[in-house]
Design a protein around this ligand. Structure first.
Ligand code: SAM
Ligand code: SF4
Length: 460
């Protein structure tokens, strides 16, 4: 069995020999982690075994410090835009799988995509994740390219979508070249499970059933010129200790081959999906306590990688997660095509967080974080290894926090209710002093003042 660069034996041998670190060893690993140079797989494996409350609190504190040190106190917001729930695959955990006759199928036309985009823009969103099932065959790429063009073409009042990320099936290199030319930001694809046998049992039919083709999608995306790729694990399918170590092997492979690892890691846990028994009883369900640990360990092991949490999780877990290392969240999401305009087509899974964007924003502000709609790095070409070169010495903080403030200010001026605006402005005022460098602080103040008088889309 060929599992490519995922060396199953090696992972199992790490897991077999790993034992939980004692207090002194924990302190030593966390001291290393605090230098923000990452951790070895063996160290990550050991941290995943921590159980005692004191060590866990130390782990969580180190993860929070790492996140704040690198990005500053900001949280990036986006919304998914589901365009089609047709699918030729048979992924047992998903409501969109081909044989599921319990959902209404729908593929949005370009006018419907325009309408959905308008609704997101009217809420204040600037970043969209385009998501689709794999049911359109040969027409899929052309359809996605047209959808991207449609979304970027929407201009409404004071808003527009400024970055489209995309989560669609594995493609050949040439297709990634075309996505890049269409100005796609991050290309996301989740391996779901890196464990070969489990992968085979969970994916019964269709193109996605090919483990190696799926696994090597990011290689082809990078060969096709996409600098920012987003990987993910669907937690609940197999033992999370294995999955995390395999994910680290994937990242190492990308670093060795292309000089840069992944831009983001998504951390979905299986949620109930219509017509999927497995989604109701995941074989390796991950408990909340383990999920917290996974987030913190990843933040410390690959400190410069964005980490994404969706509305699969409830408000409480999302709140905890951004104190542990999550740097991006979706908000106000619908997972059925046409969902923002209230279509009755089938959703992909049930949501844990039903709050609208403004409610999520108020919550984030209440926790002292700036909600960010920033798209600056990608539009200034700070992607791939250029982004990592900036992120590594902590410089991204000089951009992330100021740009979070200016993009949030735009939201406050154009979309927020009066109480939200007041709370947001107060937070921005307080956090200006967190910008370490005076020149940047002054430039940010000037940008904030310009936005007050009508300027838009300002970033450093
Ligand atoms: N069809 C493409 C694919 O499978 O890669 C992309 C879109 S798929 C709708 C996006 C992701 O949803 C999948 O990669 C999977 O991790 C996640 N997903 C599927 N079923 C789920 C469930 N029941 N609960 C949580 N996430 C689920
Ligand atoms: Fe289709 Fe993706 Fe769902 Fe699998 S996870 S059934 S490929 S939409």
């Amino acid at each position: 069995m060929d599992t490519g660069f995922i060396d199953h034996e090696r992972i199992f041998s790490y897991l077999k020999s790993a034992r939980p670190p004692d207090a002194q060893e924990t302190a030593a690993i966390l001291a290393k982690a605090r230098q923000l140079q990452g951790l070895d797989p063996a160290e990550a494996a050991r941290l995943l075994l921590l159980e005692d409350e004191e060590s866990l609190q130390a782990l969580f504190a180190a993860a929070l410090d790492a996140k704040n040190e690198i990005y500053g106190k900001r949280l990036v917001l986006f919304a998914p835009l589901y365009v089609s729930n047709l699918c030729n695959n048979e992924c047992l955990y998903c409501a969109f799988r081909k044989s599921n006759d319990r959902i209404t199928r729908r593929t949005l036309g370009q006018e419907e995509i325009r309408r959905e985009t308008e609704m997101l823009v009217d809420q204040g969103h600037k970043r969209v994740l385009l998501v689709s099932g794999e049911g359109l065959g040969e027409a899929a790429l052309g359809y996605s390219l047209k959808a991207i063009e449609t979304i970027y073409s929407v201009k409404r009042g004071n808003g527009e979508i400024r970055r489209i990320n995309i989560n669609i099936a594995a493609l050949p290199v040439e297709a990634y070249r075309q996505l890049k030319a269409a100005r796609v930001g991050t290309y996301q694809l989740f391996q779901e499970t890196y464990h070969h046998d489990t992968f085979r049992r969970m994916h019964l039919q269709g193109p996605k059933a090919d483990y190696l083709y799926h696994l090597t999608a990011m290689d082809r995306a990078m060969q096709g010129g996409i600098d920012d790729v987003g990987v993910g694990i669907l937690f609940g399918l197999y033992d999370y200790h294995f999955e995390v170590l395999a994910l680290l092997q994937h990242i190492r492979h990308l670093e060795e081959t292309f000089g840069v690892g992944c831009h983001t890691i998504s951390l979905p846990r299986i949620e109930p999906a219509t017509g999927s028994d497995i989604s109701l009883h995941p074989p390796h369900a991950v408990a909340d306590a383990d999920f917290r640990k996974i987030i913190a360990v990843l933040r410390l092991t690959v400190p410069y990688t964005g980490m994404i949490l969706s509305t699969r999780e409830n408000a409480q877990m999302r709140r905890e997660a951004f104190s542990l290392g999550i740097s991006q969240i979706s908000a106000g999401s619908r997972t059925n095509p046409g969902g923002y305009a209230n279509s009755d087509s089938g959703g992909q899974f049930s949501l844990g967080d039903h709050r609208n964007l403004e409610e999520v924003i108020n919550d984030i502000v209440g926790h002292g974080y700036i909600p960010s709609f920033c798209t600056g790095c990608y539009r200034l070409g700070r992607t791939g290894s250029d982004f990592m070169d900036l992120a590594k010495p902590g410089l991204i903080k000089l951009f992330c926090l100021p740009n979070a403030m200016t993009s949030f200010k735009e939201y406050l001026v154009h979309y927020a209710s009066a109480p939200t605006r007041a709370a947001g402005e107060e937070l921005i005022g307080r956090m200006l002093s967190d910008i370490p460098d005076e020149k940047t602080r002054e430039a940010t103040k000037a940008n904030l003042a310009s936005i007050e008088t009508g300027a838009r889309d300002l970033y450093l």
